[in-house]
Design a protein around this ligand. Structure first.
Ligand code: PLP
Length: 450
């Protein structure tokens, strides 16, 4: 029987919903359509299902809604904005919200980040950042710097640039013949043999950064434009940088005139107890990519923050000419900027950076209580990011993690699995008490999981 026949025969079509036409992203569509998991409401820390069940969200949306769902101040700001200015042309004309949000973002960014370019997603932020890096070298007279360096297990979205520097084999396989040329990859830093169950930054592994020195020497440092890493790799299962690792990457990049890009799509906006990971680790990149928490996930938006010298280098040529041939129809969309301004206001008014840092130790204790649970081979955490890695079934990698996801949803808890790694991203404001509610369900599932 072909897959097509399986789909049509088995898809559940309820009275109200035809499940066939929608092709879900990053989803096992056939399994989903046989047993759909659907929510139609959200408030605070819970989703609700059409049949009225509450489902506790353990990933703050998809790492994006740290303030809780339907925060009244963000909802109100978007409602007001849509009635006033629904869309503003993005090129050659703009609107006040764009400038206001850019000013506020550069205001919380590390010193020296003076300019902000708006996009609509993390993937677009990454591809924009790579283009800025290549363009910068070109306008600075170093057009031979065309090589980009990513990292194994890195996730930088799904557009061609981000996919090319990304390092998750499953995401690349189908397109392997069409990825960008001139891309090299650093080794990832996961070292379970030496670092299993580390609390916070692992002690071993700073030497993984030395691979960059070898790599640039091999390719000729003067051909390398930029290195892009997630300060803490999220989608690959919360890979925390070993002590000293990010500092060493910075030092090597500086020595060779290579731009360092931090992809802070997940780590930005308080996730690690500071506005950005750059401040939390005290390592200054040259470019920062953002999305997700910029609007608390309410309206799609991304941004690229750059240092002054990078922006200024583009500002040459005849004044009537476009300096950077790049942008999107919905760059700085008025609904997104309204949501962003409201979100930053809540981060400030509700003291979120401090509360995030204050909640992190309780989260660390709660997640490390899985150390002795069945099939658990590692637990990792930093700030309010954490993961539990299960051993894989020899014949079915990913099956164990997927089963936890499905069974937890049935029991009222949303748990995200990436293969056999369970990922957790608590709300900033949820308080320590709620960890038991989520982890209690996960613990009971693991006790009976084959
Ligand atoms: N970069 C990182 C570090 C991410 O975690 C993600 C998404 O999870 C992206 C880029 C892509 O973001 P988006 O899904 O908004 O395109």
């Amino acid at each position: 029987m072909t897959s097509r026949a399986i789909i049509d025969a088995d898809i559940q079509v309820s009275d109200s919903l035809n499940l066939r036409p929608y092709w879900l992203p990053f989803t096992a569509n056939r399994a989903f359509k046989q047993a759909p998991r659907i929510v139609d409401g959200a408030q605070g820390f819970y989703y609700t299902t059409p049949d009225g069940r509450r489902v506790l969200d353990t990933l703050s949306g998809l790492w994006c809604s740290g303030l809780g769902h339907c925060h009244p101040k963000i909802v109100e700001a978007v409602q007001k904005q849509v009635a006033k200015l629904d869309y503003s042309v993005a090129f050659q004309v703009s609107h006040p919200g764009a400038f206001e949000l850019a000013e506020q973002l550069t205001g919380i960014a590390p010193d020296g980040f003076t300019h902000c370019f708006f996009v609509n997603s993390g993937s677009e932020a990454v591809d924009t950042a790579l283009k800025i890096a290549l363009g910068f070298h070109r306008v600075a007279g170093q057009g031979q710097r065309t090589r980009l360096v990513g990292r194994e297990r890195g996730y930088h979205g799904v557009n061609f640039g981000g996919m090319s520097v990304g390092g998750i084999p499953g995401n690349r396989r189908m397109f392997s013949g069409s990825l960008l040329p001139n891309v090299a990859h650093l080794p990832h830093t996961l070292d379970i043999a030496r670092n299993a169950f580390s609390r916070g930054q692992p002690r071993h592994g700073v030497e993984f950064a030395d691979a960059l020195e070898r790599l640039v020497a091999f390719h000729d440092p003067s051909t390398v434009a930029a290195v892009i890493v997630e300060p803490v790799a999220g989608s690959a299962g919360v890979l925390v940088p070993p002590v000293g690792y990010l500092e060493r990457l910075r030092e090597i990049c500086t020595r060779h005139g290579i731009l360092l890009i931090f992809d802070e799509v997940i780590t930005g906006f308080g996730r690690l107890g500071a506005p950005f990971a750059a401040q939390r680790f005290d390592v200054q990149p040259d470019i920062i990519t953002l999305a997700k928490g910029i609007t608390n996930g309410v309206v799609p938006m991304g941004a690229v923050l750059v240092r002054k010298e990078i922006h200024d280098a583009f500002m040459s040529g005849p004044p009537h000419m476009v300096e950077f041939f790049h942008g999107y129809t919905c760059s700085a969309h008025p609904l997104a900027t309204a949501a962003g301004i409201a979100t930053l206001g809540v981060y400030r008014d509700e003291d979120i950076w401090r509360r995030s840092a204050a909640l992190a130790p309780a989260f660390e204790n709660a997640i490390h209580s899985f150390k002795d649970a069945r099939n658990v081979i590692d637990v990792r955490n930093f700030g309010l990011m954490g993961s539990i890695e299960l051993s894989s079934r020899p014949d079915a990698p990913g099956a164990r993690g997927f089963e936890v996801h499905v069974r937890a949803f049935e029991q009222g808890v949303m748990v995200r699995n990436a293969m056999d790694t369970l990922q957790f991203c608590p709300f900033f404001t949820q308080g320590a008490g709620r960890f038991d509610e989520a982890f209690g369900v996960v613990r009971r599932i693991l006790q009976t999981l084959e």
